[in-house]
Design a protein around this ligand. Structure first.
Ligand SMILES: Nc1nc2c(ncn2[C@@H]2O[C@H](COP(=O)(O)OP(=O)(O)OP(=O)(O)O)[C@@H](O)[C@H]2O)c(=O)[nH]1
Ligand SMILES: [Mg+2]
Length: 465
């Protein structure tokens, strides 16, 4: 009898642990236009509407028919912007669907997933369990600021000043560089002057992004200030090394140093402490196709930016982040987005390319006990794959409505290199990236996708056991 009660007690404790253990915070990041909003919209939509097994064949909980229901519930942080799922879905619906609007800062959404556990408990105890799932969207540009935490204003300035003085940045930057180089930074500080030069510097890095397709741009909040737009904490800029000798407390140099230090402390560090520290699992999205189209400068810069982003996950015992707080991310998913832009035979190459871009980091991160995976997927599939006739031969092709004029286009966009391309690849102009309209969302039909089920299984599968 005692054994019986002990068993019941153990099972009860196990159940209690299960019920309270069901909370997961997923963070989705990636550089601007990498597909974060589309990914979260699709993920939420698949969970809310994709309950048919043929829609999500690799999502075990659906295949086992154990997912009882999913609903949206109140988000955990009222001070954080809500992820606008309804708005995104609305723009994808109707006769003339549009891609959701670009977003600018951090937002979150919470879902409650009610499911039957897979195994373990006797049937009378195997009651439905609820998993609270928080999904957070934040710009990858913010992670590019991490190295600043270990740099002084002087060393950051030195690095940025050198970058600004090189191609491809130099051409756009030369007027601004001349203006700053002519200043005496030991002169008394001048708020107006600082604001003006900081605004010009912000415009400059925005132009680097738009006109040169560059990604590795600091400080990240200058590009995506969120609620800090116009605040003095965002008014500073790099200066030449030679001007950094004397420092009195009311000099321009002293003021810029103070602002840089406050930016690191109150913006960068705060983001890591308040948001990053809470994340259980992280998805990093990358659009590798647009840079393939844009050329080697843009592609190399994507690689650099991805390396920098991934630095935030490669924390060992002695790392700066570990000293700052205790990061708890246990799974990391790198995703090559927009896979519907290439024919299915190229998907393997696309994953290979992404995997190589993040390979150095992966080895490092795995060493630190995080499970890492790379995938190519389409959050919202905008094309149909098939074949077309080319010079009497059948070749793979995709078909969709072009974003420029809504005309139907069938094409073979080209080969995706399976690893970062060498110089000769670029000479052939091998890849043609065409933007397509999204498909019209059908009522009660989940959004069409490629491999969202595999992503869901990797991210949630073990928590739905
Ligand atoms: N064909 C296709 N295009 C996609 C897909 N996902 C995103 N896109 C395209 O990429 C663009 C950017 O996607 P978003 O989801 O807005 O990207 P984001 O990372 O949220 O962008 P920001 O909010 O500006 O940082 C969209 O407007 C689409 O043109 C996809 O799965 N398939
Ligand atoms: Mg967005």
């Amino acid at each position: 009898m005692a054994g019986y009660w002990q068993r019941i007690q153990q099972q009860g404790q196990q159940l209690l642990k299960r019920t309270f253990d069901r909370h997961l915070r997923l963070a989705v990041t990636g550089l601007s236009r990498s597909g974060k909003t589309a990914f979260i919209t699709s993920l939420v939509n698949q969970l809310l509407e994709g309950t048919h097994s043929q829609q999500l064949p690799f999502f075990e909980v659906i295949q086992d028919d154990r997912l009882l229901g999913v609903r949206r519930v109140q988000q955990p942080h009222p001070e954080v912007a809500s992820f606008r799922y309804d708005l995104a879905l609305q723009s994808l619906s109707g006769d003339q669907p549009e891609w959701p609007e670009p977003t600018k800062g951090l937002s979150e959404i919470r879902l409650a997933l009610r499911f039957l556990p897979a195994t373990g408990l006797s049937s009378w105890l195997a009651e439905p369990v609820t998993l609270l799932l928080d999904i957070v969207d934040y710009p990858g540009e913010w992670l590019l600021d991490l190295p600043m935490l270990e740099q002084s204003f002087a060393s950051w300035s030195e690095q940025q000043w050198a970058l600004l003085n090189q191609a491809p940045r130099l051409e756009l930057a030369s007027d601004w560089l001349n203006r700053v180089a002519a200043l005496d930074f030991n002169e008394a500080t001048d708020d107006q002057l600082i604001r003006e030069l900081a605004e010009q510097y912000t415009t400059l890095i925005q132009r680097f992004r738009v006109e040169l397709g560059l990604h590795f741009l600091q400080p990240g909040r200058f590009l995506l200030p969120g609620e800090m737009k116009g605040a003095p904490i965002l008014n500073f800029f790099p200066i030449p090394v030679t001007s950094q000798d004397k420092k009195t407390s009311d000099s321009l140099l002293a003021e810029l140093t103070r602002r840089y230090d406050s930016y690191c402390e109150q913006v960068v560090k705060r983001f890591y402490k308040e948001h990053f520290a809470q994340v259980d699992r992280q998805i990093v999205l990358a659009d590798c196709l647009q840079p393939l189209n844009a050329g080697p400068g843009s592609f190399n810069d994507l690689q650099l930016a991805l390396e920098q982003i991934a630095e935030s996950f490669s924390y060992g015992k002695s790392s700066f982040l570990t000293r700052l707080f205790s990061p708890k991310i246990d799974r990391l998913l790198f995703v090559a987005t927009k896979a519907d832009h290439v024919t299915p035979d190229q998907h393997g190459h696309l994953v290979g390319l992404l995997a190589e871009l993040v390979q150095g980091i992966k080895r490092h991160v795995r060493f630190d006990g995080i499970t890492v995976e790379s995938m190519a997927l389409a959050s919202i599939r905008a094309t149909q794959a098939g074949f077309c006739d080319y010079q009497g031969k059948q070749i793979p092709a995709i078909e969709g409505y072009q974003l420029t004029d809504r005309s139907l286009l069938t094409l073979f966009p080209g080969e995706v290199p399976g690893s970062p391309p060498k110089a000769d690849y670029w000479q052939k102009k091998p890849f043609q990236f065409v933007e397509f309209f999204p498909p019209a969302k059908q009522l009660n039909q989940p959004l069409p996708h490629i491999r969202m089920d595999q992503a869901l299984d990797f991210l949630l599968g073990d928590k739905l056991q």
